[in-house]
Design a protein around this ligand. Structure first.
Ligand SMILES: Cc1cc2nc3c(=O)[nH]c(=O)nc-3n(C[C@H](O)[C@H](O)[C@H](O)COP(=O)(O)OP(=O)(O)OC[C@H]3O[C@@H](n4cnc5c(N)ncnc54)[C@H](O)[C@@H]3O)c2cc1C
Length: 427
């Protein structure tokens, strides 16, 4: 296969990283006739990301469906992710309207289940060569554009030429770094720790999120009766927290309103976490290069959006570039179209996430929407659609939604109900 300029390609597309974004992109590109090399630095086909609470938002459901993963996820016992969120105004419990459609959903499913599942699907897709134990170490260039990768493999160094190189290699993307793609970073004012428990009952069997302003906590039920519990406190609490990590983690969870009874459950993992997890956004394209998933945009783990966006960005890329990646179109224009979709769909979300990552308390707009959602089922559903990333910030905060929330709160005040202050042991 050749292109003007005489380069001889081994594949149409080479993808660095065979986790969620990379495996999804490989499947969706190959189904459109693209020849794909999918490189993964780890050799074990069952390798998975450990630092994740793996709650996959409803925005990813259409991609999981297109990938053909829904039957396998249901069979594996993945839990549909209905939830309830604690606020100082009470619990927000988004549920379908009576006689209305069911709420959209995706799944809580451990990465030890999901990552091998999607990688196996990629490996079984005609047109995909999964190359395990292949670590991308640099890029090849010709005529001012990237034309392939250099990889270290169990057999030694190897060069693989391709019309397009896709960086799906996570937040520290080797592809983005080698291509010198500009990056914007935002500090994260919280640290996080998580652990898995077996047989931990949760109210209604639903996932729980606690907005404690500024601290956060979660409990998400997954397949096999395993619940992941996570805490994301303000970084100011880090020094005493670290002095006795296990004691601090357990005490934090026990002090939560309607705390899950961790003392009667079995802890089946170590307590793991991260004390510095900045957000970043990169320009997702360069000549001959595209970034997807965390490589393009790493958001705050607090919102549980990265897995869904990894899958969605893979889909946006495949839709935009597939014909051009096989030489039947203008690749640069296709990449520009992908970058526009990426920006339109995610830039607003990331802007708000970066602002909230400063570990500030709720601002007036957030107070308006969260308080109204705790008091009104329709506002709760509207908020669920935003949290599930089915709508963007502009629709979430549209004038009609703000007016509705204000009306809910005015009626609440006229009814003479008290306005609660933040109250929580230890906050
Ligand atoms: C504490 C925490 C909790 C989170 N909880 C959630 C949550 O509940 N819900 C949610 O949606 N998101 C969550 N996230 C975010 C989510 O984990 C990521 O957004 C998601 O894993 C991104 O997927 P990815 O495929 O882009 O990258 P990754 O999953 O990071 O995969 C990158 C892949 O590239 C490979 N690789 C790296 N370098 C190379 C190289 N040079 N050559 C070849 N291969 C390479 C890696 O081995 C890996 O397989 C959380 C993150 C953290 C830190």
């Amino acid at each position: 296969m050749t292109r003007p300029g005489s380069t001889e390609y081994d594949y149409d597309v080479v993808i660095s990283g065979a986790s969620l974004a990379g495996s999804a992109a490989a499947i969706l590109l190959a189904r459109r006739g693209v020849r794909v090399a999918l490189l993964e630095r780890r050799s074990d086909p069952a390798a998975h990301k450990v630092l994740c609470t793996h709650s996959i938002q409803a925005c990813a459901h259409p991609v999981l469906d297109e990938l053909g993963l829904l039957p396998d996820l249901e069979e594996a016992g993945a839990v549909r992710n209905e939830g309830r969120w604690y606020t100082r105004w009470g619990w927000i419990e988004p549920r379908a309207a009576p006689e209305g459609p069911a709420l959209p959903y995706a799944y809580n499913v451990r990465r030890s289940t999901l990552d091998p599942m999607i990688r196996a699907h990629a490996a079984a897709t005609a047109g995909v060569d999964l190359l395990l134990g292949h670590q991308v170490t640099g890029l090849l260039a010709e005529g001012g554009r990237t034309s392939g990768v250099r990889a270290s493999t169990p057999q030694g160094e190897r060069e693989i030429r391709a019309r397009l190189v896709v960086g799906a290699d996570g937040k520290d993307s080797a592809v983005a770094k080698s291509a010198g793609m500009p990056e914007r970073r935002y500090a994260n004012g919280r640290f996080g720790y998580l652990a898995q428990f077996r047989d931990l009952p949760l109210h209604g069997g639903f996932g729980h999120t606690w907005f404690l302003e500024p601290d956060m906590a979660y409990a998400f039920p997954n397949e096999d009766g395993v619940t992941v519990v996570a805490v994301l406190p303000d970084k100011k609490r880090l020094p005493p927290f670290r002095e006795d990590l296990e004691g601090s983690f357990l005490a934090f969870v026990r002090a939560l309103p309607e705390a899950p009874p961790i003392d009667s459950a079995e802890r089946i993992s170590k307590i793991i976490g991260t004390v510095d997890y900045p957000l970043h956004s990169r320009k997702p394209i360069a000549p001959g290069v595209a970034l997807i998933g965390d490589a393009a945009l790493t958001s705050d783990p607090l919102w549980g959006v990265g897995c869904g966006w990894a899958l969605q960005s893979a889909q946006w890329l495949a839709e935009a570039v597939a014909p051009a990646a096989t030489g039947r179109g203008d690749l640069d224009r296709s990449l520009a179209a992908y970058a526009r979709t990426h920006r339109r769909r995610l830039a607003g979300h990331q802007f708000l996430a970066a602002d909230y990552a400063t570990a500030r308390p709720f601002n007036p707009l957030e107070r308006l929407m969260f308080s109204a959602a705790a008091r009104d089922a329709a506002v709760a559903r509207h908020m669920y659609r935003y949290a599930s990333r089915l709508i963007g910030p502009a629709r979430f905060l549209n004038p009609a939604a703000l007016a509705k929330a204000s009306g809910v709160n005015l009626r609440h005040r006229w009814a003479g109900a008290p306005d609660p202050q933040v109250s929580r042991t230890g906050s």
